[in-house]
Design a protein around this ligand. Structure first.
Ligand code: 13P
Ligand code: SF4
Length: 307
């Protein structure tokens, strides 16, 4: 059996199992193309959180990384949430622990903690409000001007939001290993090779890379922009998985990854085989202890209430 035949066989098996289990498959756009294709819903972290909160399926299969499945478990405690590859974590989320955050809060009493969703449930439980890259500016704007803000854990997203809102914020020393790798030199080189291309950058990139962008947004925002733009060529500063949707949704346009290193190994750890296994065994399940869940839910719900 060749690779295409194997993919199509697994896809059929997953579709059958999904119906039997009344399961909903959510996939982040950084997932492998064949995993995005088998999903009922694909999108950025914000869309996926909203859909996880609204579904009436019995089972959620989260094709993404641990914090995403954990958010789904927080938002839908009565559902079974499966993360097909249980070792798919997010190194950035591991850069802040609840204990470290408690210590920072003691240093800055009265400060509002804004937590990027790329954090553990324990850290969300210690935070006041969550945000994603799609709504971070709005979330920070919703906080009274006289309140100091601690923004965790992504210093790059934090610095982008601080710039956009004019708010001084205390930024955590965290970053995404994948996006922080991109250098301004690489973007400039790509511009030299493709002088007509617009530069689309995710705000997890460094400020000096963001400064070179024609447009900065979450993954869904970047896809929407590429679709609606009259331009025909784009340099892409976010994880390689997005290329699948860009080519699919923007026929006749060309996309160049700013650097070949824009690959998140954790996002690539989920395979169709693992999705099928998860549906067969109903493992690995992601759960959150009730006391942590309740507090983390408050931070997520505050975020979701801001439209
Ligand atoms: P979003 O555009 O979905 O916020 O993606 C950021 C990310 O890195 C998810 O891990
Ligand atoms: Fe985490 Fe970056 Fe991978 Fe997203 S792309 S999961 S932020 S390491």
């Amino acid at each position: 059996m060749n690779v295409e035949e194997k993919i199509s066989q697994l896809t059929e098996e997953i579709k059958r199992l999904k119906q039997e289990r009344n399961a909903l498959i959510l996939a982040h756009v950084y997932q492998r193309p064949e995993v995005q294709e088998v999903a009922d819903i694909f999108g950025d972290s914000l869309e996926l959180s909203r859909r996880a909160a609204a579904t009436d399926a019995d089972v959620i299969i989260f094709c993404g990384v641990h914090f995403m499945a954990e958010s789904a478990a927080i938002l839908s405690p009565d559902k079974i949430v499966l993360l097909p590859e249980e070792n798919a974590g997010c190194p950035m989320a591991d850069m802040v622990t609840a204990e470290e955050l408690r210590a920072k809060k003691r240093e800055m009493p009265g400060a509002v903690v804004v937590a990027y969703v790329n954090t553990s449930a324990e850290v969300k439980a210690e935070s006041d409000i969550c945000c994603t890259s799609a709504n971070a500016v709005k979330i920070v704007q919703s906080i009274p001007e006289d309140k100091p803000i601690i923004f965790i854990p992504d210093k790059n997203l934090g610095s982008y939001v601080a710039n956009k809102t004019g708010r001084a914020m205390t930024l955590w020393e965290g970053w995404c290993n994948t996006h922080d790798w991109v250098t301004p030199e690489e973007v400039l080189k790509a511009k030299e090779e493709h002088p007509d291309a617009l530069v689309l950058i995710h705000p997890e990139c460094r400020p000096e890379v963001v400064a070179l962008a024609d447009y900065v947004s979450s993954t869904t925002g970047l896809i929407r922009y590429a679709k609606e733009s009259d331009a025909k060529e784009f340099i892409i500063g976010t994880e390689a998985g997005i290329m699948h949707q860009l080519y699919k949704q923007c026929p006749g346009k060309n996309f160049y990854l700013a650097t070949r290193r824009l690959v998140c190994p954790n996002m690539k750890a989920t395979t169709l085989d693992k999705v099928k296994q998860a549906l067969e065994t109903m493992q690995p399940q992601i759960t959150v202890p009730p006391d942590i869940r309740e507090k983390a839910l408050a931070s997520l719900e505050k975020m979701l209430a801001i439209k």
